[in-house]
Design a protein around this ligand. Structure first.
Ligand SMILES: *Cc1c(COP(=O)(O)O)cnc(C)c1O
Length: 392
């Protein structure tokens, strides 16, 4: 007789790649809470609480703030398909893999896109945005990535927001790898539309994309001449359910909303400032360790992102074999390079619940051991000692 399939038993890895990151145990517990109907008053309370928490974490009073069902890319599509009308002129910063994805989706939304390109590893300067908007006075939307997970660049936003607003356009920002690990002050900075996701610095599994939209941007959505191309991601219909008269649109993934609620509660319990400081200190310790190993980072301070570091791998090293050893021998996951950095880079994430001194020191000592076995010249213990000095 055929054997029944064995029990599900995935390994409990330490996830220090570009996401997903480790799920906090309290979030795991929240996932198992009883699912209730989508019109149950008990469920409405959970929705309202989640929205209120989300506004605090996004540092906004925007009414239109809620999670989109789907991963980060669903939030990206929801905002682009609703804020762009066919024929609109749009500027998109393309200096990494995810900026390129925004570009592709904006084209599918029917926009005439002016890509603002910069080499991978560099941010977009405010001056270039100003010039692009002068050259293209009809531009209605500028989109960029706050924390580019392919390069490890943190994009400064405040000055760009001012330029975009002077021009009368809207600023759309990908906050996927920043929210919960790096400051994201939507109202203070003047971000009109932002999306994030649950599996990076919010310590939840993948499955939701929290979004927030300013009044100005919402007006743009409300006054569309044509309906959004996607019915599932139509923000007007979604807002009716989440923030309006609760008209059924699609069955909300209740377990994931429970998880997000708990993940957001954890952010606010720790305190946003303290959480940001924790991510920064761990990143600085990682960078000190990498420097002791003689491994350069792609991005340079002050634009180096704390939550995700892109490391350039020396040519003679087999980067994939090092990652496989870290996984199989030490139970650690780090990421490889994307696009032009494929085979040439590692991506190390220190996000949310996984961003701990213990995980960082384990990674550095495992890296020292693995690199030494690969014949890479190093002084044993130097990286761990350098990181430990930063951690104090
Ligand atoms: C991970 C990521 C996304 C996409 O999110 P998915 O959850 O994989 O759909 C978008 N933007 C950035 C910057 C990311 O790091």
């Amino acid at each position: 007789m055929e054997q029944p399939l064995r029990d599900l038993d995935p390994p409990s890895r330490i996830l220090l790649g570009p996401g997903p990151s480790n799920v906090h145990p309290r979030v795991s517990r929240a996932l198992t809470a009883p699912v209730v109907g989508y019109l149950d008053p008990a469920w409405f309370s959970v929705m309202d609480e989640t929205v209120a928490l989300l506004r605090q974490v996004y540092q906004t009073t925007n009414r239109v703030t809620f999670p989109i069902s789907g991963t980060g890319t669903a939030g990206m599509e929801a905002l682009l398909f609703n804020l762009i009308e066919p024929g609109d002129q749009v500027v998109v910063a393309v200096n990494g893999y995810f900026g390129d994805r925004i570009h592709q989706i904006a084209l599918r939304a029917g926009a005439e896109v002016f890509p603002l390109r910069a080499p991978w590893g560099e941010p977009i300067s405010p001056g270039r945005v100003r010039i692009a908007l002068r050259e293209h006075p009809q531009v209605r939307l500028v989109a960029l990535v706050h924390a580019e997970t392919s390069t490890g660049v943190l994009q400064p936003l405040e000055e760009i927001a001012e330029i975009v607003h002077q021009h009368g356009a809207l600023l759309l920002v990908d906050c996927v790898t920043s929210l919960g690990g790096v400051p994201v002050a939507c109202d203070a900075w003047g971000i009109d539309a932002a999306y994030s996701c649950t599996q990076k610095a919010l310590s939840c599994p993948p499955g939701l994309s929290p979004v927030t939209i300013s009044e100005r941007a919402w007006e743009r959505v409300s006054r569309r001449k044509s309906a959004a191309q996607s019915w599932y991601l139509d923000l007007k219909l979604l807002v009716d359910y989440w923030l309006g008269n609760r008209t059924y649109h699609h069955t909300p993934p209740a377990a994931m909303v429970y998880a997000l609620r708990e993940g957001l509660r954890l952010v606010l319990e720790e305190g946003i400032d303290q959480r940001v400081a924790r991510h920064r200190q761990l990143a600085e310790a990682l960078w000190a360790g990498l420097e002791a190993l003689g491994l350069p980072c792609l991005a340079t301070p002050p634009n180096r992102l704390p939550t995700l570091t892109t490391v350039l791998v020396p040519e003679h090293l087999d980067e994939a074999r090092v990652r496989a050893t870290l996984r199989d021998r030490f139970n650690l996951e780090i990421g490889g390079g994307l696009g032009p950095l494929r085979g040439k880079a590692w991506r190390i994430g220190l996000m949310g619940a996984g961003a701990t001194p213990a995980n960082l020191l384990l990674l550095l000592s495992a890296l020292e051991t693995t690199l030494a076995a690969e014949g890479y010249p190093l002084q044993p213990g130097a990286a761990v000692a350098a990181a430990a000095r930063v951690l104090g």
